[in-house]
Design a protein around this ligand. Sequence first.
Ligand code: C2E
Ligand code: MG
Ligand code: MG
Ligand code: MG
Length: 276
Amino acid sequence: HTIEDANTFFHIYNQEMYYKKLNNVRLKNDLRKAVENKELYLVYQPKLDLKQKKIVALEALTRWKHPQIGSISPEFFIPIAENSNLINKIDKWVIKQVISELNKNDILKKYQKTISINLSPYDLKDNSLPIFLEELIEKEKINTNQIDFEITESVLLDSLSNELDNLNKLKELGFLISLDDFGKGYSSLSYLTKLPLDILKIDKSFIKNINFGSNKILIEKIIELSHQLNLKVVAEGVENKKEVEILQKLNCDFVQGYYYYRPMPLEEIARIIDRN
Ligand code: C2E
Ligand code: MG
Ligand code: MG
Ligand code: MG
């Protein structure tokens, strides 16, 4: 808890210093080598069932430990990766790494939790992604319906796009699909029926402001609509008990946030799951 707090503080502090001193070109070059240099690693944040308060899923989140600067937040390096053709490589590394960590962890193999992996809109542009996944399924032991890809809305996702074709291919391979950050920016309701979704994640900015203006009624209606469309709903960024109580009343299915667990190494979560 306090370690993540301190990390977050230093992230911000270091990043500001870093950005004053260096430009994106340097960061881009460093990021290019980060996979080979083993500077990336994964932490996982639990999602809980709101009725039984049991951990049902884990979201993999990438961390970059830069040899000179220290931890750099994905809020900074993912956009850089997206603007420099590095995101496909990084996210393929994430997928492989998740599978490898899962297959090595006896507790997680036993309890079969869903694992969520974030995909960038640029990953869906990459036609080699479905092929990469098919090959991985042949090589490794993968329960595709145990892996959930979190996608974010994108102007690219219109009904005729190549991106949608690729998304449908992932769906056909048996993977679950979540729509991440719903309610942030210009979310379109039409995504809920046009995309092959299983889960909708309400953005944390919405949850934070759940008691302001008409947010509560909007969240209530989004949850109702999702259920009518057979989607499960996750609220992300849940930070206090009050929010939990409201979300329970609104019939939300799952919650994720600092109120329950911060992102942490897989072995730590495995111990928690085993204890419960
Ligand atoms: P996201 O997928 O929406 O993930 C949720 C973010 O909210 C995470 O930040 C998580 O640590 C943070 N969070 C969780 N609970 C709370 C809470 O209660 N309060 C607040 N204020 N924040 C909370 P993180 O790990 O810094 O990741 C930021 C974003 O970077 C992610 O947002 C995701 O879009 C992107 N990202 C992270 N890892 C990857 C990755 O491997 N691939 C891709 N393509 N994107 C990634
Ligand atoms: Mg996510
Ligand atoms: Mg995301
Ligand atoms: Mg999100």
